[in-house]
Design a protein around this ligand. Structure first.
Ligand code: CO
Length: 593
C-alpha cells in the first residue's frame, strides 16, 4: 500500500489566506499539542506573511512565536516559506543576510524550508538552499507554477534537476493561484517522477477555483508524496483542501494515510471556534471561503485583479477595466512571461494600467519595471521583447550575472548601527527584513506594549482603495462600457479570484474631469504630470540647469515610483509641485526656461 502524507497549513497559509494572518499565538496555543500528536508530514507554521503581521499588527516577536511552537510540538517537523534571495519581502538581500536568516530560522526551530522565487530563477534559490543544507535542515526546492507558451513540462523538469543539484531534499509544486487543472497536474507530476523517481514531491495549491481536490487526487495517482491541506473549518475557498476529507478519500482509494483521526476531530472542533470568532469580527469574510471560477477565464490571479481595479479606481479610470484586462497578457508577453505572483503580478498589472491610461504603450514606466528590465529581479522565463526593453531602458546597462552578487554584506553593519536597540541577532534580522515595522515593535516592546486604540482586526479590513492587506476582502460596484458589475474578492497570497457579476445596465461612469494644462509663457516649457498620482520627491531646484532626460520630479502612482524627466535642456524657472500633494494628468509640475 502506497503511503501519502499530509502537511497541515492552518497556522500559516490557511491563516494567511482566510484571515490575513491575524491569528495570535495565544489563540492557537491550546491546540498545538494535539496537532503535534496527529502524525503530519509537517506543520507549516512560519514565514510568508506571518513574520510581518506578527511585528506589525499582533505585536508578537515572530522568533519567539517560533520558539514557543517548537517547545509545544517536539514531534512534528516545523516548516516555513522563504522567498529565496528576497527572504520574506520583495527586494534582493545580500547573501550574508540570507544565510543568517536561514541559520537563525533553523536554530529557532524550523526543520523544513520551502524555498521559491517569483521568476523561477534558480540562482535566486541557490544560497538559501545551500545554507539550509549546511544547517542540517531540509530544503524543499520549489517551482512557482504558471502557464505560458514558454513554461513547458520540460522546463519544470529541468528546474527539478537544478534544484536537486543544489541540494534540495524534496521538490514542491506551488500553485499559488489554484489554476493547476487535474490533467495538467497529472502530466507534470508524471514527467517529474519519470525524471527523478526518488525525489519526494510535495503539492501546494488553493481551493479558490474549485480544482484543488481533483488536482490532488490526480497528483497522487501520478506519484506525488505529500499534499498541503488545512483542517476542515479553515479549509476551502482561498485556503487549502480539507485535511480530513483528503485523508478519507485517499484511504478509500487504497492509500495509506497515517493520521490520528481522534486528533483531527479535536483540532477541527477547536478551529470551528476560531472560525466563528473571526466571522463575528468580520475579519473572515464568507466570500473568501467560496469557490470562484472567474480566475480560470481571466487567467489572472484574484489578488492581481483586485489591485488592478483599485488602481483604476484611484485614477478615476475604472471605465478602462476592459482595456486593462486585454493589455495585461500583452504586457506579460513583452516582459518574458513572468509567473503571476507577487511582485511580478503587480509589475505586470501596473504597467498594463499605465499603458492604457497614457494612451501609448510604455510611455510611462515605473522604477520597478526599469529594475525588472535591467535584470534586478533575475532571469526572465523568456527574453524581454527587445524593442520594449530598449524603450524602457534607453542606454541603461543590464545587470550582469546574479543581482545579489553586486550587493555588499549588510548584517554586521546593521548590527553595529542598531547597537543596544537590537537585543539579539534575531532582532537585527527582523530589522533588516522590515525596518520601520521592526523599529516600531522594538519601541513598543521597550515600553511594555502599551494598549493601542486600534485593534489588530481593523487593519485587516483596510479599504482596498489604498494598499489592500493580504487576505482583506473588497466589494464594490464598477461600470465597464455601460454595464454595471458588482465586484468582490479577496486579496492575498492565495490569489483569490474576483467575482464580477453583471448587475444592471447603468450609464457609463464619466471619466474624472482633468485640469487643463497650464500654458507656458513664450520661450518656456511646461513639464506636466503624465498621470494622476502624488508628488513623492522633487529632484530639482529653481535656477538649476538641467539636461534633457534628467529627472525633475518623482511621482508615486499605483504603488510605483514614476520619474518625470526634463523634455529638453533648460533652466528650472519654477517648481509648482510640492512633496506629498496630489496631481492629476497634465497638472503643471515644473517650468523650464
Ligand atoms: Co499558498
Amino acid at each position: 500500500m502506497r503511503k501519502v502524507q499530509l502537511t497541515e497549513t492552518v497556522l500559516r497559509d490557511a491563516n494567511q489566506s482566510l484571515i490575513a494572518t491575524r491569528l495570535p499565538y495565544s489563540k492557537f496555543e491550546p491546540i498545538l499539542e494535539t496537532i503535534d500528536k496527529t502524525g503530519y508530514y509537517s506543520a507549516e507554521v512560519w514565514g510568508g506573511a506571518t513574520f510581518d503581521v506578527c511585528l506589525r499588527y499582533l505585536r508578537e516577536d515572530p522568533w519567539e512565536r517560533l520558539r514557543k511552537i517548537r517547545a509545544k510540538m517536539p514531534n512534528t517537523k516545523l516548516q516555513m516559506l522563504l522567498r529565496g534571495q528576497n527572504i520574506l519581502g520583495y527586494k534582493h538581500y545580500p547573501d550574508d543576510v540570507v544565510r543568517k536568516f536561514v541559520e537563525h530560522s533553523v536554530k529557532n526551530g524550523i526543520d523544513i524550508i520551502r524555498i521559491f522565487d517569483a521568476l523561477n530563477d534558480v540562482r535566486n534559490l541557490e544560497v538559501a538552499i545551500d545554507e539550509t543544507v549546511k544547517q542540517g535542515a531540509h530544503a524543499s526546492g520549489t517551482i512557482s507554477f504558471t502557464t505560458s507558451p514558454v513554461h513547458t513540462r520540460q522546463t519544470f523538469v529541468d528546474m527539478v534537476k537544478d534544484l536537486k543539484g543544489m541540494g534540495a531534499s524534496s521538490i514542491c509544486i506551488k500553485d499559488m493561484a489554484g489554476i493547476m487543472g487535474p490533467q495538467e497536474a497529472y502530466d507534470l507530476v508524471s514527467a517529474i517522477k519519470d525524471a527523478e523517481p526518488d525525489m519526494p514531491l510535495v503539492i501546494h495549491t488553493h481551493c479558490t477555483t474549485g480544482l484543488a481536490f481533483m488536482t490532488y487526487l490526480k497528483c497522487v495517482e501520478a506519484g506525488a508524496d505529500v499534499l498541503d491541506c488545512a483542517i476542515s473549518p479553515m479549509s476551502g475557498g482561498t485556503s487549502q483542501p480539507a485535511t480530513e476529507t483528503m485523508a478519507y478519500a485517499l484511504r478509500e482509494m487504497g492509500y495509506q494515510v497515517d493520521l490520528d483521526d481522534k486528533m483531527l476531530t479535536k483540532t477541527a472542533d477547536f478551529f470551528k471556534g476560531v472560525r466563528a470568532d473571526f466571522l463575528k469580527d468580520g475579519v473572515l469574510d464568507p466570500i473568501s471561503m467560496a469557490t470562484d471560477t472567474q480566475c480560470l477565464s481571466y487567467q489572472i490571479p484574484g489578488g492581481m485583479l483586485s489591485n488592478l481595479i483599485s488602481q483604476l479606481k484611484t485614477m478615476n479610470a475604472i471605465h478602462k477595466l476592459d482595456e486593462a484586462l486585454l493589455e495585461t497578457p500583452r504586457v506579460r508577453k513583452d516582459l518574458g512571461y513572468p509567473p503571476l505572483v507577487t511582485p511580478t503580478s503587480q509589475l505586470v498589472g501596473s504597467q498594463a494600467v499605465q499603458n492604457v491610461l497614457a494612451g501609448e504603450r510604455y510611455k510611462v514606466v515605473g522604477k520597478e519595471i526599469k529594475a525588472y528590465c535591467r535584470g534586478e529581479y533575475g532571469r526572465t522565463p523568456a527574453p524581454i521583447d527587445p524593442e520594449v526593453q530598449k524603450k524602457i531602458l534607453g542606454d541603461t546597462p543590464l545587470v550582469e550575472g546574479r543581482f545579489a552578487d553586486g550587493l555588499a554584506p549588510e548584517f554586521e553593519k546593521t548590527k553595529a548601527e542598531l547597537g543596544a536597540t537590537a537585543k539579539s541577532d534575531e532582532d537585527v534580522l527582523s530589522y533588516i527584513a522590515f525596518p520601520q515595522v521592526a523599529m516600531a515593535f522594538f519601541k513598543d516592546r521597550e515600553a511594555g506594549f502599551p494598549k493601542k486604540e486600534e485593534p489588530p482586526k481593523a487593519a485587516a479590513k483596510a479599504a482596498p482603495a489604498s494598499a489592500p492587506a493580504a487576505g482583506s476582502t473588497f466589494n464594490y460596484i464598477v461600470n465597464v462600457n455601460g454595464n454595471q458589475y458588482a465586484v468582490a474578492g479577496v486579496v492575498g497570497d492565495a490569489a483569490a479570484p474576483v467575482a464580477a457579476t453583471k448587475v444592471a445596465p447603468a450609464p457609463v461612469a464619466a471619466p474624472a474631469t482633468q485640469a487643463a494644462p497650464t500654458a507656458p509663457a513664450a520661450g518656456e516649457t511646461a513639464v506636466n504630470s503624465p498621470m494622476p498620482g502624488n508628488v513623492f520627491k522633487v529632484e530639482c531646484k529653481v535656477g538649476q540647469a538641467v539636461n534633457a532626460g534628467e529627472p525633475l520630479i518623482i511621482l508615486e502612482a499605483m504603488k510605483m515610483e514614476i520619474e518625470v524627466a526634463a523634455p529638453c535642456a533648460g533652466t528650472v524657472k519654477a517648481i509648482s509641485a510640492t512633496v506629498g500633494s496630489a496631481v492629476n494628468t497634465d497638472d503643471l509640475l515644473v517650468t523650464l526656461g
